[in-house]
Ligand binder design. Structure first.
Ligand SMILES: C[S@@+](CC[C@H](N)C(=O)[O-])C[C@H]1O[C@@H](n2cnc3c(N)ncnc32)[C@H](O)[C@@H]1O
Length: 370
């Protein structure tokens, strides 16, 4: 899917511009200069103009720093002094029909004041994410009441704040089919779902109370008035555990898949924090436990090397691995030591569970060898 930077670059290329400088300090720290210039141009804050003299340095259309250019982005207060090469109007003509990304506040009143604050913060972060790829104005907030408007700290004029039901907004936009991101869905979100007019994320924060299974209700509400809803979940290696559930992180995963072409596991990994990775590790490690009974005492052991495997797809550091070992009362031993323990032990079923039993004398030998 094309980004706004792609549209900007096409417009520059069509006009024979291969590099562009800036008469503005605002892009100095930018990690994506052409996208940031494109957004500023889109909002009419400036334009690319032709200069009589070269700038000190410039960026080529791959975003690399190169020698100066006769073309530069200038803020709107300076535009009239020069000949405009690419301005807002030139971008508007080439924009693709990007989908809508809707945060549905149907459950707003179920939240505490702190949670409402978190919803607002995550919403601002969603605007920032969309601005990294498109313009930010693809974001719409539905069921948005005056309290939300008061609490929202992002640019109100750059997104759609709709105080009515989501279905009404969709009808106004001529959208009849949507994807609802829903952790309770049967089907997994995939590239076959990229073609809808809107993606809906529940404006829900789960820090307290019981908001379990509230997302499906958003879908039911839409279906009731004739909107076709594809309910889709995001999973990490087949399981929703470990998928970050914050509104902005779910949006980030969708964008990484749709725009950057990442597969779901990669996209989840990139949006994950150690907190979410630990949720999953808690579920994974018990699958590998070997129970040893040494002198009547039980030890639950896992291979230390599991850290290498899990850190390849979960964002865990060694301290996260150790934290979960402690929580689950597990001991991590190197694989070669486990092989040795297995050699000096024999398997027994005790209370329907398999234990490897080691006689005290052999255990002493093991410890001596350690
Ligand atoms: C914090 S979650 C709220 C989940 C809600 N308590 C429930 O049980 O339905 C906020 C929103 O993120 C999205 N979301 C979170 N995890 C997801 C997942 N694994 N797959 C798809 N969407 C997800 C959903 O749109 C959801 O409404």
């Amino acid at each position: 899917m094309k980004t706004l930077a792609d549209v900007f670059k096409e417009a520059l290329r069509e006009r024979g511009v291969e590099s562009v400088g800036a008469l503005s300090k605002r892009f100095r720290k930018s990690g994506n200069v052409l996208q940031d210039m494109a957004v500023e141009t889109f909002y009419g804050k400036g334009a690319v103009v032709r200069l009589p003299e070269r700038t000190f340095f410039a960026w080529d259309l791959n975003g690399r720093r190169v020698e100066g250019s006769h073309y530069a982005y200038v803020p709107s207060c300076m535009v009239e002094k020069f000949e405009t090469v690419v301005g807002r109007k030139d971008l508007l003509g080439g924009l693709p029909n990007w989908p809508r990304f809707i945060i549905d506040l149907y459950h707003w009143e179920k939240h505490s004041q702190t949670e409402k604050g978190k919803i607002c913060l995550q919403t601002v972060q969603c605007y920032g994410l969309l601005r990294d790829y498109f313009t930010g104005s693809e974001l719409a907030i539905t069921w948005a009441n005056s309290e939300f408007r008061r609490m929202y700290t992002g640019p109100l004029d750059r997104i759609t704040i709709y105080d009515g039901p989501t279905a009404e907004f969709l009808k106004e936009e001529g959208i009849s089919e949507v994807v609802l991101l829903d952790p309770w869905a049967d089907e997994v979100f995939s590239e076959n779902d990229f073609d809808v007019g809107a993606f809906i994320i529940g404006g829900i924060v789960d820090t307290g109370g019981n908001k379990k299974k509230t997302t499906p209700k958003i879908g039911e509400e839409l279906e009731r008035v004739g909107i076709k809803v594809r309910r889709r979940k995001i999973v990490l290696k087949g399981d929703v555990i470990g998928v970050p559930d914050r509104i902005n992180r779910i949006l980030g995963i969708i964008l990484k898949m749709m725009v950057e072409g990442k597969n779901m596991d990669e996209a989840v990994y990139e949006m994950q924090e150690p907190l979410h990775a630990r949720w999953r590790l808690r579920k994974e490690l018990p699958k590998h436990v070997i129970r040893y009974k040494i002198d009547g005492k039980t030890y639950r052991v896992v291979e230390k090397e599991l850290f290498d495997y899990y850190s390849s797809w979960l964002k865990i550091r060694w301290e996260d691995f150790v934290k979960i070992l402690h929580e689950l009362n597990l001991i991590a031993l190197e694989r070669k030591r486990i092989h040795h323990l297995n050699k000096i032990s024999s398997a027994r079923i005790i209370h329907e569970k398999v234990y490897r039993v080691i006689l005290l004398k052999k255990a002493a030998m093991f410890c001596y060898n350690c």
